[in-house]
Design a protein around this ligand. Structure first.
Ligand code: 4NP
Length: 175
């Protein structure tokens, strides 16, 4: 079943979960970027985004200040987000569970119940770039790492939303 059939059969939102290790840098960035693109296209009633982490390290924390500042520089707001861990139910509730890197993907593939509803794949599988993983910017204070996260995530989220608009009924807008 493709994404369009999935939504055409029911009146609920199409749901996308962004996942990284800590849920304080990469997945909140992907969450904030895709949410804004969805808002800009007037599709918030049809498509919903959330994010979560593989680990328990930062449950209850707001995103890393460096991610917040980098995102603000491109007019994305992340500060309201609160980190949580991936739950078993996410694989039934979400249509796409999108991993930021290959380690996250392997973890999610092991955790996903067989026959679950969610498609589990890399966010960058939607990208124009050949890179598979969004590099982890957390360790060290290399600010360019946070800009690179935004570059990769913006491109992939744009491509993801274009694909959804091709597949999902009622989501086509003026480009
Ligand atoms: P994220 O980055 O997975 O993009 O949120 C990290 C955040 C925290 C840690 C590792 C990566 N940590 O080890 O605490």
């Amino acid at each position: 079943m493709n994404a369009g059939q999935n939504v055409a059969n029911q009146s609920r939102k199409f749901k996308i979960l962004m996942v990284c290790l800590g849920n304080i840098c990469r997945s909140p960035t992907a969450h904030g970027v895709l949410e804004k693109l969805i808002q800009n296209k007037g599709l918030s009633k049809l498509i919903e985004v959330d994010s979560a982490g593989i680990s328990t390290y930062h449950i209850g924390d707001h995103p890393d200040q460096r991610s917040i500042v980098a995102a603000e520089g491109r007019s994305y707001s992340l500060e309201e987000q609160v980190a949580r861990q991936v739950r078993a139910n996410d694989f039934q509730e979400f249509d796409y569970v999108l991993a930021m890197d290959v380690d996250n993907l392997h973890h999610l593939e092991s955790a996903a119940p067989s026959g679950c509803k969610a498609k589990v794949q890399l966010l960058l599988s939607f990208s124009n770039d050949a890179i598979e993983s969004v590099p982890d910017p957390y360790v060290g204070d290399a600010e360019p790492g946070f800009e690179k996260v935004l570059d990769l995530v913006e491109d992939a989220c744009q491509c993801l939303l274009e694909e959804l608009q091709r597949e999902l009924p009622n989501t086509k807008t003026e480009q």
